[in-house]
Design a protein around this ligand. Structure first.
Ligand SMILES: *Cc1c(COP(=O)(O)O)cnc(C)c1O
Length: 473
């Protein structure tokens, strides 16, 4: 290292010296000494690295003002909430990475109450005795699905694990090779089965599985007959699978419970709202399935949770499994789930009241109106290096619901023009600028364009306020 640079480096103040500066002292009082010390250390490290790497070895790099600003910025960043709102314009309504279902106001109020105050979470107010946390939802699940009983856990992955562990530990479960699913986020059915302690018996083929395959797999070790809703893909062409009703008959004849992992599992017939058909939990129970597992934050439109609904005697056994204690969900989730389930009492109102259904049910025309409202502002904000137009697109439901069906929607299509026409780099830069907004805007790059699918845009004014920031970025 050149001598000059070395000596510049050696003049960098020590952590203790910086902590002695009066304005850093003020930051310590306001934000806590430990946090500010960590920030000072990090900023000095950065300056040192920058100095070593830069040829110039500029003195300005570590002026007092530069260091102070760096510390202040870092402390502020650490203290802002880590979970931030974003605009989901990806075109995937139930986007797992963006938090899946948005909750209705009724649920948010219920969550705030449960968070703020003591509640009867596990307390029976009438008798003054211990109550059951499940009691806040099982009545509603029974009413809405026709099941005898229900139990709630943290998510559907936990529900599947708990069912398998309760009934099939050290025993066998035949599953069709066409249904050995992997869901995003590393939920792989064979691995969950292994962790639950049960032996997967693969039956049939990828495209065709028949009732005789299940029948042939039954031994005295068979604990459950399982079906899994192939929620994020479709096998098409020369295919065959066994309907729940048939499997339920076989289960009854062989005295083996039948379980279906429905994944999304709707509580209502979605075709009533003009949406694609998705099996309902009630349909499964009616077909004779003994246990159904499904998610709270997919088509149900509630908080993250997993629900197991079905036969009373089987649910009673699940409740005795010590694993339930490890997988149970908290009061905030239960209060939200309770609030959402009560809304299903009036299915005709759900499409307005429940954000998930409202967004899924939005028509392409309605979304096009939104596109027209924001088009000129977006055009202005992105500048003349990009061409912006309104284009038809297709939204996805997401989270594994209805993998093949798409909903007609409308997007702003942003394409680079001039010298960088069709350049992936220009599009990535634009996507990064949109993500860098105070409320990040998340789109999708496809076919040489950045698409902002407006299906999930409800706060137009808030969006326009963000877009204005783009002009100066
Ligand atoms: C989504 C899904 C799961 C996992 O549910 P989580 O609530 O995300 O844990 C399991 N099985 C199927 C079929 C699914 O679609």
């Amino acid at each position: 290292m050149p001598k000059q640079k070395n000596s510049v480096l050696s003049r960098l103040p020590s952590v203790d010296r910086v902590l002695g500066w009066p304005h850093i002292g003020t930051l310590c009082v306001q934000n806590g000494r430990a946090l500010v010390t960590e920030a000072v250390r990090a900023v000095l490290d950065d300056v040192r690295t920058e100095m070593r790497e830069s040829d110039a070895g500029s003195n300005q790099k570590f002026s007092e003002a530069h260091i102070f600003e760096g510390v202040e910025r870092r402390v502020a960043l650490w203290l802002t909430p880590s979970l931030r709102p974003v605009f989901n314009l990806t075109g995937t309504v139930l986007h797992t990475n963006l938090g899946r279902a948005l909750l209705p106001e009724e649920a948010i109020e219920a969550m705030a109450m449960a968070a703020r105050q003591a509640s009867n979470l596990e307390y029976d107010i009438r008798s003054g005795k211990r109550g059951e946390r499940n009691s806040h939802i099982d009545g509603w699940v029974k009413r809405l699905t026709g099941a005898d009983a229900a139990v709630v856990v943290n998510n559907n992955a936990a529900a599947v694990l708990l069912v398998l562990n309760t009934f099939a530990r050290r025993r066998e479960v035949p599953v069709s090779r066409g249904e050995l699913i992997e869901i995003g986020g590393a939920f792989r059915l064979p691995e969950i089965m292994a962790r639950a302690g049960c032996k997967l018996v693969e039956i049939g083929t990828t495209n065709r599985t028949h009732l005789k395959d299940y029948r042939g797999a039954i031994t005295d070790k068979t604990a459950l007959l399982m079906k899994v809703h192939t929620s994020n893909y479709a096998v098409s062409g020369f295919t065959a699978s066994v309907a729940e009703r048939q499997l339920a008959d076989l289960g009854r004849d062989s005295d083996i419970p039948v379980v279906t992992d429905l994944g999304s599992g709707s509580l209502v017939d979605l075709t009533y709202y003009g949406l694609p058909d998705e099996p309902t939990v009630a349909g499964m129970i009616e077909a004779g399935v003994d246990l159904v597992t499904f998610s709270g934050d997919k088509l149900l439109g509630g908080p993250q949770a997993g629900i197991i609904a079905g036969r009373g005697d089987l649910i009673a056994r699940i409740k005795k499994n010590p694993l339930l204690r490890a997988l149970r969900c908290d009061k905030v989730t239960l209060s939200a789930l309770n609030a959402v389930l009560t809304m299903y009492a009036r299915p005709e109102k759900l499409i307005e009241k429940l954000p998930t259904l409202r967004l899924l049910g939005r028509s392409a025309d309605d979304i096009e109106c939104v596109a027209r409202q924001v088009l000129s502002a977006v055009r202005r904000a992105v500048g003349d290096k990009y061409d912006v137009d309104v284009a038809a697109c297709r939204s996805q439901i997401g989270s594994g619901a209805m993998p093949v069906d798409r909903l007609e929607s409308t997007a702003l299509r942003l394409r680079s023009t001039g010298a960088s026409r069709g350049s992936g780099r220009a599009l990535n830069q634009l996507a990064a600028r949109l993500r860098a907004l105070p409320i990040p805007v998340i789109g999708r790059i496809n076919d040489d364009a950045l698409w902002l699918d407006l299906r999930c845009l409800e706060g137009v004014d808030e969006f326009l306020a963000q877009i204005e920031h783009l002009e100066s970025s």
